[in-house]
Ligand binder design. Structure first.
Ligand code: NDP
Length: 246
């Protein structure tokens, strides 16, 4: 059976690994990218050269109408969406004293409103077809808090509540909704951290003494997207090298 998976922010560090993993599972993989990202043709061409065909469509995940238009185009050109990975996200780290209203809004809109905006487009089709997977990429920051991330921690924690409530509503229809909460993963988002801070302050807090790999998160996404994970819903799965256990 052909299944189609949409990964928001699929050209980013984690998103790309998720696209590759789902493609290896024979999903038809569609990514969305921000309208400002002009690199989508080059990205697709790079993977085409490797024998992989990804579809890519512009979509501002903060904008409901943009998500609606994007989902419509995907369904018309590629087909119904079976798996949605809400992966697009940003940080605007500042201590709360310095955090402005715009830092708060941008982070809430990109990380949390995006889940509403995208999931709203696909969930009815999934329930009607009696199969679907919604996978939300949250963060360890939502579980334990993180200095300078009041906006990000709030947005990512909001995803947990969203996951659990929606999971209840769609369980009977064969649709699962889960959240993954990664710790520090070696992508651009983390590589922007000052290397001295990374080495002296962050790595010593991770029992495995290393950053996670995007492929390790992608492996979890792949499991949640599979038929085998049919009984797993409403969960928040941590993947953080042992940094936060509960
Ligand atoms: P990246 O910055 O590499 O990727 C983020 C992606 O989000 C980009 O591809 C970007 O698309 C997309 N994006 C941002 N804003 C918008 C928007 N308005 N509309 C559409 N797309 C948008 O980050 P990561 O790969 O590291 O992170 C992926 C997810 O994982 C995020 O949700 C992040 O919060 C979460 N996470 C990451 C961790 C880490 O350690 N790396 C740890 C915990 C969670 P484009 O490139 O087209 O602009």
């Amino acid at each position: 059976m052909i299944r189609r998976a949409v990964v928001t922010g699929g050209m980013g560090g984690l998103g790309e690994a998720i696209c590759l993993k789902l493609a290896a599972m024979d999903y038809v993989v569609i990514t969305t990218h921000s309208p400002a990202n002009k690199g989508s043709e080059a990205w697709k061409a790079r993977w085409r050269a490797e024998g992989l065909r990804f579809e890519a469509f512009p979509c501002d995940v903060t904008d409901f109408d943009s998500c609606a238009a994007c989902a419509r185009v995907i369904e018309e050109q590629v087909g119904p969406i079976d798996v949605l990975v809400n992966n697009a996200g940003i940080t605007r780290d500042k201590t709360f004293r310095r955090m402005g209203r715009e830092d708060w809004d941008a982070v809430i809109r990109t990380n949390l409103d995006s889940c509403f905006n995208m999931t709203k487009q696909v969930v009815e089709g999934m329930t009607a077809r009696k199969w679907g997977r919604v996978i939300n990429i949250s963060s360890m920051s939502a579980q334990k808090g993180a200095f300078g991330q009041a906006n990000y921690a709030a947005a990512k924690a909001g995803m947990h509540g969203f996951t659990k409530a929606l999971a209840l509503e769609v369980a009977k229809a064969g649709v699962t909704v889960n959240t993954i909460s990664p710790g520090y993963i070696g992508t651009k988002m983390v590589n922007e951290i000052d290397p001295i801070v990374l080495a002296d302050k962050i790595l010593p807090q991770i029992p495995m003494n290393r950053l996670g790999k995007p492929e390790e998160v992608a492996g979890l996404v792949a499991y949640l997207a599979s038929d085998e994970a049919a009984f797993l819903t409403g969960a928040n799965i941590s993947i953080n090298g042992g940094q936060h256990m509960f």
